[in-house]
Design a protein around this ligand. Structure first.
Ligand code: PMP
Length: 367
């Protein structure tokens, strides 16, 4: 049977071991006589699941004690409204938010924030065709912004921050809000450098429907009156993510993924694997005259690798042949075209090697 490798940008591949364990436990979780889906979120069984998930995530990312980890719903796009509604109250209205515009996802965040805040685009990668993160010395930040919004990995454009801005110097003291939806848990980060980190789960964490927010304590308690209670971080934190019914099954799977990550050696070990996988694919692309990646070398994403066939008339044939070989969901996002291989934590290096072998063969056959 053909080995399947799934390169979807999200919802995306999950570790086989996790899916197998979930299958084994589907009908009867730990002799409780219930599926996780059937449990009260306030019962002892699920309370133990969410507590372990939270503890493991804190350990994996080394989240300091003065940060809350919240399990929410609403996705990355939901956070584009939830973040301003929670943070703008720190400043007199209308408050200003600084954005570093790096591509499709900050583009959406900017549009949403404009409903609530005065938006300043402090730097934009648009003139480069979103092929690089604007250099830090080009950022034109405002004096008293409520926060600075970054997307540290642009899933569609395939660019990733390879640095963390310094809050005191580079953001005028404004806290950084980072959309890490597509690279959280893929590399070691220093959480203390951020005010808020948010991520939709459906790439590196688990199933869609769960959104993780990590927020520093002093940023709580400033929500605008219009903020829905279920998205008010202070209320959610006071209720241990149980103000409303949380996405219980998604939290359970995320918890299994966190355990799997610990078994893999944690985030530092994962990061080394991700460096290896992405370096292999970029090296092949750079050496090829059949394919190309257009992102500046120092801004390339380790998670999402967009590439183009130089002869784009071959795109359909390429995708069909890839699918035949068990290499799934490689089509690029419709806004940029071409191809995209998303190589999240759960993608083994064998998958990247299989993709490269196929690309080599396809190139030789069509040279
Ligand atoms: N931010 C980033 C970086 C993303 O990749 C995505 C989803 N691809 C989103 C936000 C939006 O997430 P959701 O669809 O969960 O709202």
């Amino acid at each position: 049977m053909t080995t399947i490798y799934n390169f979807s940008a999200g919802p995306a591949v999950l570790p086989k071991e996790v899916l197998q364990q979930a299958a084994d436990e589907m009908l009867n979780w730990h002799d409780s006589g219930m599926s996780v889906m059937e449990m009260s979120h306030r019962g002892p069984e699920f309370m133990s699941i969410i507590a372990a998930a939270q503890k493991d995530l804190r350990e994996l990312l080394n989240v300091p004690e003065n940060y809350k980890i919240l399990f929410l719903q609403g996705g990355g796009l939901g956070e584009n409204a939830i973040v301003p509604m929670n943070l703008l109250g720190r400043k007199p209205q209308p408050a200003v938010v600084d954005f570093i515009h790096t591509g499709s996802w900050t583009g959406k965040s900017i549009k949403e924030a404009q409903k609530y805040a005065q938006v300043n685009i402090a730097a934009s990668g648009e003139s480069s065709g979103f092929t690089r993160v604007p250099s830090r010395d080009s950022w034109k930040l405002t004096q008293d912004a409520a926060y600075v919004h970054l997307c540290t990995n642009e899933t569609i454009d395939g660019i990733e921050y390879q640095f963390t801005p310094d809050v005191t110097v580079e953001t005028n003291g404004a806290p950084i809000v980072a959309d890490m939806s597509s690279h959280i848990l893929s590399r070691v980060i220093d959480v203390s450098k951020y005010g808020v980190i948010f991520a939709g789960a459906q790439k590196n964490i688990g199933p869609a429907g769960l959104t993780i927010v990590i927020v520093r304590d002093d940023l709580l308690g400033h929500a605008l009156p219009i903020c829905p209670s279920a998205f008010n971080w202070s209320i959610v934190a006071e209720n241990d993510s149980m103000y409303n019914t949380p996405p219980t099954y998604a939290i359970y799977i995320a918890g299994l993924v966190f355990q799997w990550l610990k078994q893999q050696g944690g985030i530092a070990a994962m990061e080394q694997k991700n460096i290896g996988k992405s370096a292999l694919l970029y090296a092949y692309l750079d050496a090829s005259d059949f394919y190309e990646n257009r992102v500046a070398k120092d801004c390339r994403s380790r998670m999402n690798v967009p590439f183009f066939l130089k002869d784009e008339t071959l795109n359909t044939a390429f995708l069909a042949a890839a699918k035949e070989r068990g290499l799934l969901q490689i089509k690029g996002h419709k806004s940029v075209g071409g191809m995209r291989a998303s190589i999240y934590n759960a993608m083994p290096i064998e998958g990247v090697k299989a993709l490269i072998a196929f690309m080599q063969e396809f190139a030789s056959a069509h040279a």
